[in-house]
Ligand binder design. Sequence first.
Ligand code: MRU
Length: 368
Amino acid sequence: MINFARNYRWRPRGRLFLPIKMRTILWDYDKHEVQMIDQRRLPARLEIVAFRSHQDIAAAIQNMIVRGAPAIGAAAAFGLALAARESKASDAAALLSDLETAAQTLRASRPTAVNLAWAVGRILRIAYSVTGSIEDVRRAILIEAQRLADDDVEVNKRMAEHGVSLIADGDTVIHHCNTGSLATVDYGTALGVIRMAHEQGKRVHVLVDETRPRLQGARLTAWELEQYGIPYEIISDNMAGHFLRRGQAQKVFFGADCIAANGDVANKIGTYMLALAAHDNSVPTYAVAPTSTIDLSLAHGGLIPIEERDPGEVLDIEFQGERVTPQGARARNPAFDVTPNRLITAIVTENGIVRPPFDKNLRTLFTG
Ligand code: MRU
């Protein structure tokens, strides 16, 4: 992995700087490497890191240099393009075997986001379909990975076009985790909907859940909202119920890492409690996700694998310069929870807004 600072063009906006053209993840065609924004460093530093091996991509997904379901799907797709270049195979069968091994490493890097396995499957299918030389396979994989990344941006914009009708002028929206450009190749899922509402001139205010333990809301969503000029306030996760009960939030929006066939939604830990509080106060709750996040092979959310991460993410925090937890303290750290379908008003996809009954209506997204 190579660290380097890129010469992006900057446009000053207040105290912050907006990169004019930049994706969360891209393939550099001159250097034959994958470049990503290092999301662990934001908002303090906007740093681009480069990768030349699929193992480094898998590590970047695991340690959350890149995160967010669609973004890690694109990362894995480019990871397979790297694996194809790395392979010393002298025939197609050997190359496919190397790709299968790389696919396993990439799939294992984070287990909950279905987009990861989906992207790996899409690239492998292309690799198997090529009948030409090894170079032809390598070329076809890179073309498909690039197409997958480009599709992601287009799909996000289509989701936003559907979802924007759900936001009224003057709404205050509670948003969980980070679902913006950083969680995707560009534009975002739930945050993309909010962004489009703002771009259309609707006055929208965002209450940003800080999203313990990794603070994707306070660090990343707040940073993005600064770039877009969308008004927001950060709240700690345990404040959401208070604002919902007081009628100070009209909608709840979040993304998804996996949606089961019955509409149960796995998303960042804390989503379930937020949806419960919204439901108790009759506040509409929307999940925004591409169809690549839906896994019809899982009948219900109880079957979704939930990633358990290092307890250090919970324990190693400081308050006013002092460590918060006692030495020797233990912690639990499930990265996602499952929100049952009964708490979800609608699921926004690139093919339209899906309402209950989800078990029937999600299926029609795929069957037409
Ligand atoms: O652990 P993370 O930061 O990868 O979790 C991200 C989320 O939970 C997002 O809400 C989800 O990926 C969907 S948004 C594109």
